[in-house]
Design a protein around this ligand. Structure first.
Ligand code: HEC
Length: 114
């Protein structure tokens, strides 16, 4: 069966892709659910938020020193939020100590807040 060889290749490739992104769960290729945010690990996002953003944006995203983020997803895409976290914005300092993956996950989570 020649097909098996292709399966092997496909499997190897998807493993490489999965390892490259190292998402928490290996996703079945489901085009309908692949929005730009991808899979979001809400628990991890909250953790990242609490240790990096809470002090300025409030315990419930209600704002404080920084603006409320409760509807930030209606204003920015996940990508834009990621950029804000990475580079800062106005009076907000760049949050450089966050792991890129955690940052992406956090941005995806925030982009769902509409
Ligand atoms: C030192 C305080 C501080 C920290 C820490 C902080 N921010 Fe901010 N953030 C601000 C301030 C101040 C602004 C307003 C910036 C401006 O527009 O001038 C802001 C703006 C933003 C905005 C844009 C909001 C809007 O409506 O325009 C987003 C999104 C955001 N922060 C996300 C985050 C995330 C996510 C984290 C944690 C990774 C974080 N911030 C950590 C102070 C902070």
């Amino acid at each position: 069966m020649k097909r098996n060889r292709w399966c092997g290749w496909l499997l190897a490739c998807s493993l490489v892709v999965a390892a490259g992104c190292s998402q928490s769960a290996p996703s079945d290729s489901d085009p309908s659910s692949s929005g730009e945010t991808g899979e979001v690990d809400a628990a991890q996002a909250k953790e990242t938020y609490q240790s990096n953003c809470l002090s300025c944006h409030g315990e419930k995203l209600e704002g404080g020193q920084g603006p409320s983020l409760q509807q930030v997803g209606g204003k920015y895409s996940a990508k834009e939020i990621e950029t804000i976290i990475q580079s800062g914005k106005g009076a907000m300092p760049a949050q450089v100590s966050i792991d890129p993956e955690e940052r992406k996950n956090l941005a995806g989570w925030l982009a769902e807040k509409k």
